[in-house]
Design a protein around this ligand. Structure first.
Ligand code: HEM
Length: 364
């Protein structure tokens, strides 16, 4: 494929080939600030300078990620479920108290992950609107390189201040825990912590927000699945897994080859950029039969919507919990929910690598 700047890169469309690339972190690097790293849009040029573990290889990646893994296990995330349910209930109360119409992107899909990740990290609740705005500017396709960089700088400054405040007056969020366990003991410096927090905030906002908005849309387009979600709580995790496969929100996972190698019989030269086409991998007919169909009974868990290998999404249990609670609750509380405009009039977001809708007008 040809990238926005004319550079050529390999695109990996098959499921097995994708896993071969993603599992092989020795031949395929994630390091963002290497000139060989393929930027898929101008705004990712700004991201080159960001030092977080998504853009690191081992051993740095291993050390940083290890400080967080215990906080994102299925068990730890299960403890957050009552709080996520409270967030979702509050947002639905506000929507139902309104005038019978809503835009589910700003009123539901974005605040759920935003409020949840702020709560988890121990970022003051009053600041979540600030994060939603900055995160939109960072990842949204329309934003310019300058705008995206300015939004990053805003969040970075905010986090540096917050970490300083928390060092003096500790609270009880994940950031506070990391300060006590890793910064205070010299294992992690405050600047690294700030970059990690920035990664969690940005990665935790828009991805899940897009998944919730497109998830509601997909359920509205498939009333038979929607009816099952409403009738049977046990069906919800399977439906969410199939949505993750079908929607493949985070598409085009970038790497570059560190040495000459071969994938699916194709020679890849050292320095070549490689993009793993997640949506195509998740529709590989050799793995998923009738891959374009939304099949709630499919055992879809093998999908690569969260990537694969050492960088596989750290927040996947959180994303699943948020999607399950948000989707099950909205269809239960608003049984007559429907789109307020024809589906083909919905504006799609077009940022490289992230699928979503700009707005989701509904009525009931
Ligand atoms: C439906 C929602 C989500 C999707 C589809 C998604 C997708 C992905 C993918 C594909 C990767 C791998 C990138 C690569 O290999 O280069 C990734 C990594 C990551 N995700 Fe997610 N993500 C989602 C939600 C979240 C949430 C809620 C968090 C919040 C904490 C999060 C935090 C991260 C982090 C920290 C990484 C980097 C992991 C590493 O480099 O070791 N993600 N995500």
């Amino acid at each position: 494929m040809t990238l926005y700047n004319g550079r050529r890169a390999w695109i990996v469309t098959g499921y097995d080939a994708a896993r071969q690339v993603l599992v092989n972190h020795e031949d395929f690097s994630s390091v963002r600030d290497d000139p060989r790293f393929p930027a898929t849009a101008p705004r990712f040029e700004a991201a080159r300078k960001i030092r977080n573990f998504l853009g690191m290889d081992p051993p740095e990646h291993t050390a940083q990620r290890r400080t967080l893994t215990a906080s994102f296990t299925v068990k730890r995330i299960a403890r957050l479920r009552p709080h996520i349910q409270q967030i979702v209930d509050g947002l639905l109360d506000a929507i139902l108290a309104g005038d019978g119409t809503a835009d589910l992107v700003p009123q539901f899909a974005l605040p759920v992950p935003s409020m949840a990740i702020c709560h988890l990290l121990g970022v003051p609740y009053d600041d979540h609107a600030f994060f939603e705005e900055q995160s939109r500017r960072i990842v949204q396709g329309e934003s310019s390189l300058e705008d995206s960089a300015a939004a990053f700088a805003n969040v970075r400054d905010y986090l540096a201040d917050l970490i300083e405040t928390k060092r003096r007056t500790p609270g009880d969020g994940l950031l506070d825990e990391l300060i006590t366990d890793h910064v205070a003991t010299g294992g992690l410096d405050a600047a690294d912590l700030s970059e990690m927090a920035l990664l969690l905030l940005v990665a935790g906002h828009e991805t899940t927000a897009n998944a919730i908005a497109l998830g509601v849309l997909t359920l509205l387009e498939h009333p038979e699945v929607l009816a099952r979600v409403r009738a049977d709580a046990g069906a919800v995790p399977g439906v969410v897994e199939e949505l993750l496969r079908l929607l493949s929100i985070a598409d085009g996972v970038p790497r570059f080859a560190t040495r000459d190698t071969e994938i699916a019989g194709q020679s890849i030269a050292a320095g070549d950029g490689v993009l793993v086409a997640v949506a195509a991998n998740n529709r590989d007919e050799a793995v998923f039969s009738d891959p374009g169909a939304f099949d709630a009974d499919r055992a879809a868990r093998r999908h690569v919507a969260f990537g694969y290998g050492i960088h596989q999404c750290l927040g996947q249990n959180l994303a699943r919990a948020e999607m399950e609670i948000a989707l099950a609750s909205i269809v239960a509380r608003i049984p007559t929910l429907r789109l307020a405009v024809p589906a083909d009039e919905l504006r799609l977001k077009h940022p490289a690598g992230l699928h979503g809708v700009v707005a989701l007008p509904v009525t009931w």
